[in-house]
Design a protein around this ligand. Structure first.
Ligand code: SAM
Length: 324
């Protein structure tokens, strides 16, 4: 097992397969951004598989493919099939913006991906265009329905809730998720990079109280999926709504994850700088025992918590660089 200095078991890896994205969500990646990682620096599928296999031997049970937009990485279903076949790995999931999902949903499901989180901040076409920088809603909805058709379960909708931008869309999104059997997760904007800092932060605590009354939701004692979200469900259990509140109520004490970026940097915390560069080790021919020792050393660096609230200026990395 990988246990950090604060007694937390690290059993979840978020794996960014590209830092590129076809959208420019205004809280994430700046318009005109060009400083993407060079392809020579991308971990190859062989390198990714090796690292994940060593993580799995050290107790990692769950891997989430993310990015950037993970579906922009060519042949992603092939990588998914290789990862889902690794001994010890129990859960392979994907976070996507959905624009390419209608083409890849069936292949991803066949490759062993079972759970999908899809990012969607509004059901209003003009609002989505304003946030993402492109008229993407029709494609995203097509992808979402293709995922439902392909049998992914659960499907979670990630909605970054922002004051004066899409807060008025939360009720409509809740009703949409109830209708289609999706789990809705509301997320507070995090001050990552200038983009994240300029997002219109909305405190989700009062929003949740309002939704509980309106949709008759009750708080759940257990998390769904082992992540940081707190959940509320309808009384018949058919609908769940989660809240990810890194700012108004952080959850670092139960953090169980690390993040591997496309260039092989292992980040210990979304909101801090501690990291270990794995690519030079892999390309210098490190053996599996050495890699295992490197991962243990890296976990020792994991900080106790982020400081999004106390030091919002601290982090210059955008979410898409780390792998959100
Ligand atoms: N492209 C994929 C997607 O859109 O889901 C995966 C990567 S994206 C960086 C992962 C998640 O991070 C998305 O749900 C996005 O809304 C969220 N995100 C990006 N920047 C954020 C920020 N500053 N605060 C909160 N969430 C953010």
């Amino acid at each position: 097992m990988l246990i950090d200095r604060f007694g937390r078991a690290i059993e979840y890896l978020r794996l960014s397969v590209t830092d590129r994205c076809d959208l420019r969500c205004n809280y994430c990646l700046p318009k005109g951004f060009k400083h993407f990682e060079e392809p020579d620096n991308w971990l190859t599928f062989d390198e990714i598989e090796r690292v994940v296999a060593v993580f799995a031997r050290l107790g990692t049970r769950r891997v989430r493919l993310t990015g950037g937009e993970p579906l922009l990485r060519r042949n992603l279903p092939q990588l998914a099939a290789r990862l889902s076949a690794l001994p010890g790995l129990e859960d392979l999931s994907l976070t996507t913006n959905g624009t390419q999902l209608s083409r890849h949903a069936a292949a991803l499901h066949a490759a062993g991906v079972r759970r999908i989180n899809l990012s969607l901040d509004s059901l209003r076409r003009d609002c989505v265009a304003e946030i993402t920088g492109s008229d993407s809603l029709p494609k995203v909805l097509e992808g979402l329905m293709a995922a439902k058709e392909a049998g992914f379960a659960p499907i979670k909708i990630n909605m970054v809730a922002m004051q004066g931008v899409n807060e008025q869309d939360i009720e409509a999104m809740t009703a949409f998720c109830i209708e289609h059997g999706f789990i809705l997760r509301l997320i507070e904007a995090m001050p990552m990079g200038d983009t994240g800092r300029s997002a219109h932060y909305l405190d989700l605590q009062p929003v949740m109280r309002r939704l509980c009354q309106q949709f008759d939701l009750v708080e759940q004692a257990k998390s769904l999926g082992g992540g940081p979200a707190r959940y509320w469900s309808s009384r018949d259990g058919s609908f769940s709504l989660g809240m990810i509140t890194p700012i108004s109520q952080h959850f670092c004490a139960t953090c169980n994850r690390v993040r591997l970026s496309v260039d092989g940097t292992l980040y210990m915390c979304l909101g801090q700088e501690e990291k270990m560069e794995l690519r030079p080790l892999l390309r210098a021919g490190i053996d599996d025992a050495g890699l295992e020792a490197a991962l243990r050393e890296a976990i020792e660096l994991k900080p106790e918590r982020h400081e999004f609230r106390e030091r919002p200026q601290k982090l210059v990395r955008f979410m898409s660089m780390t792998g959100g």
